[in-house]
Structures are given as structure tokens and as C-alpha cells.
Design a protein around this ligand. Structure first.
Ligand code: ADP
Ligand code: MG
Length: 204
């Protein structure tokens, strides 16, 4: 079962990974965006980490709802409301249980990703974060490592795609040949699930 500590570790592992990869995310956002995705994500997850250190919600759902709210209030870009919605919806779907199963997390994340697609209007294949998140959620039943591999593959598979949503879509055909920054950061978020679980395994 996954408890509140697991979800706190998920958010702090994401913040650490975003710190490490911020330059790369911004570099990916240069040719097909406005070169701010790394700084946007870093500002957002740094705020999430700080908030979770101060306030300590004691359920998985409350942690994700709070994290989502912080992202919405601190990230200016398109990705802020989208990631905020992802975490808030996922958190709401988890309800007020003290512990949740991996299956419940997979179901809740599915609701979160549906929220992202409703808010942003993107479908798989539009060259957005959805291209990493949907395969990750599909693979989550096979464990965190499978979800990570699916997200990374999904992010890499955005390279040959034509962007149909977000800033990159303004470039039309010129968006082809570049990996989507948001799909890349989504793969970091999914990879952090495995990191949060690994810490737990070491403690047992
Ligand atoms: P901005 O585009 O406002 O500068 P960011 O650079 O932080 O915001 O985020 C860009 C990423 O957001 C894109 O790479 C893409 O993955 C994601 N994105 C943008 N618009 C949408 C959308 N409508 N639906 C889903 N994801 C989107
Ligand atoms: Mg940008």
C-alpha cells in the first residue's frame, strides 16, 4: 500500500529530478517554444516541496491536491494549470484514504490525465505531455518501472510528430523533429514514482 509518505517522496523526487533536468527541459522548449519549460517546472516543484515541508497533509489525496494547487499558483506557463489539474484531479480521485493501492493510484491517475485532456483539448499524437502520460497510465498495471519505460518511450516518440496544441503548434511543420518538453517532464514525474518506491524498499 502507498501511504502519505510515499506521495510526499513522489513530489520531492520529482522536484529533485526537475532540478537536475531543468536546463535540458528549457533547451527542448527553445526550438519549439519560448525556452521557459525548465524554469517553469523548477519554480513550480520548488514551491510544492516547500509547501509540503511546511504543511503536512496526512493523506495521499490531500498531498496531491495541495501540490496541484501550488503548481497552478506558481507556474505561469501552459504547463502550470495542466500539471496542476493532473495532480488535483488525481488527488481528488484518491479521496481521503490513509493508504491506497497501486491499482487505486493507476485509476486516479487515469482520472487526472482525463482532466488534462479535457482542459487542454489535446489527444494522444498531438505532441504534448499527454503522449507520455497516457502510455504511462496504461502501463501502470505492470508496475512503476513499466510506467517509466512507457512514459520515456512516449516522450521520445513525440520527436517526429507535428504539434497540434500549445505554443509549438504555431510552428506547424517546423515543430517536427524536436522532442516535446512537456512530454519529457511528464516522464520525469512518472519516473519519480519508482524513486519514491525504491526509498521505501530500502527502509524495509
Ligand atoms: P508555455 O507553453 O506556456 O511556455 P511550458 O513551456 O511550461 O508552457 O510548457 C509547454 C508544454 O506544455 C508543452 O511542451 C506541452 O507538452 C504542454 N502543453 C501545452 N499546451 C498543451 C495542451 N493544450 N494540452 C496538453 N499539453 C500542453
Ligand atoms: Mg514554454
Amino acid at each position: 500500500m502507498l501511504d502519505a509518505d510515499f506521495f510526499r517522496r513522489w513530489m520531492t523526487a520529482t522536484a529533485a529530478s526537475v532540478d537536475r533536468e531543468a536546463e535540458r527541459l528549457t533547451a527542448l522548449d527553445s526550438p519549439i517554444g519560448d525556452a521557459d519549460h525548465g524554469t517553469n517546472m523548477q519554480r513550480g516543484f520548488t514551491a510544492v516541496r516547500a509547501t509540503l515541508e511546511k504543511e503536512a497533509p496526512d493523506t495521499p489525496g490531500a498531498i496531491l491536491v495541495l501540490a496541484g494547487r501550488r503548481l497552478i499558483s506558481t507556474v505561469g506557463g501552459a504547463s502550470g494549470p495542466l500539471y496542476g489539474t493532473l495532480l488535483r484531479r488525481t488527488g481528488k480521485a484518491l479521496g481521503d484514504a490513509a493508504e491506497v493501492s497501486e491499482e487505486q493510484l493507476a485509476e486516479a491517475l487515469r482520472a487526472g490525465v482525463d482532466g488534462v485532456m479535457t482542459l487542454g483539448g489535446a489527444a494522444p499524437g498531438d505532441k504534448t505531455m499527454v503522449d507520455a502520460l497516457v502510455p504511462a497510465v496504461d502501463a501502470l498495471g505492470d508496475g512503476f518501472a513499466a510506467a517509466r519505460a512507457a512514459a520515456e518511450e512516449g516522450a521520445e516518440a513525440t520527436t517526429p510528430l507535428l504539434a497540434r496544441k500549445g505554443r509549438a503548434s504555431y510552428l506547424g511543420e517546423r515543430s517536427i523533429g524536436h522532442q516535446d518538453p512537456g512530454a519529457t517532464s511528464s516522464a520525469l514525474l512518472i519516473a519519480a514514482l519508482g524513486e519514491a518506491a525504491a526509498v521505501e524498499a530500502r527502509h524495509e
